[in-house]
Write a protein that binds this ligand. Structure first.
Ligand code: 5GP
Ligand code: ZN
Length: 114
């Protein structure tokens, strides 16, 4: 997966502002933030899209949400509210083909999303 920028971040081959890390997961600031807080939570293992998730990955996916929770608390957006987004596929706007949970907060969000 030499070409995957998020795998490169996991391997420290590409710079990122990392805010959380454990054995299976890493979280870092989005390079092009869409809100005052915009952090990406990713599994360290390369998984291309949400459609590539296996049933054995369910604990890992649950853990991503738990990490998102931690990140939201640590960045002061837990109480006021925040949004989690995972894009899947071309029409969703997915642009990096390594699954990632966007943690967005610090401003009022609109609905429906664009
Ligand atoms: P997607 O559109 O796939 O849901 O989201 C990909 C996100 O990754 C975008 O918000 C984009 O700004 C972010 N991103 C793309 N390349 C990099 C990078 O090299 N470093 C960081 N920190 N974020 C990136
Ligand atoms: Zn990857």
């Amino acid at each position: 997966m030499r070409e995957c920028v998020f795998c490169q971040i996991v391997r420290r081959e590409s710079p990122a502002y990392i805010v959380y890390e454990d054995d299976s997961t890493i979280a870092f600031k989005d390079i092009n933030p869409q809100a005052p807080v915009h952090i990406l939570v990713i599994p360290k293992r390369h998984i291309r899209t949400l459609l590539d998730i296996q049933s054995s990955d369910e604990p890992l996916l649950g853990h991503l949400f738990s990490v998102a929770n931690t990140v939201a608390r640590e960045h002061g957006i837990a109480q006021r509210g925040f949004r989690l987004v995972m894009n899947c596929g071309l029409e969703s706007g997915q642009s990096v083909w390594h699954i990632h949970l966007h943690v967005l907060g610090g401003r009022k969000m609109g609905w429906p999303p664009g």
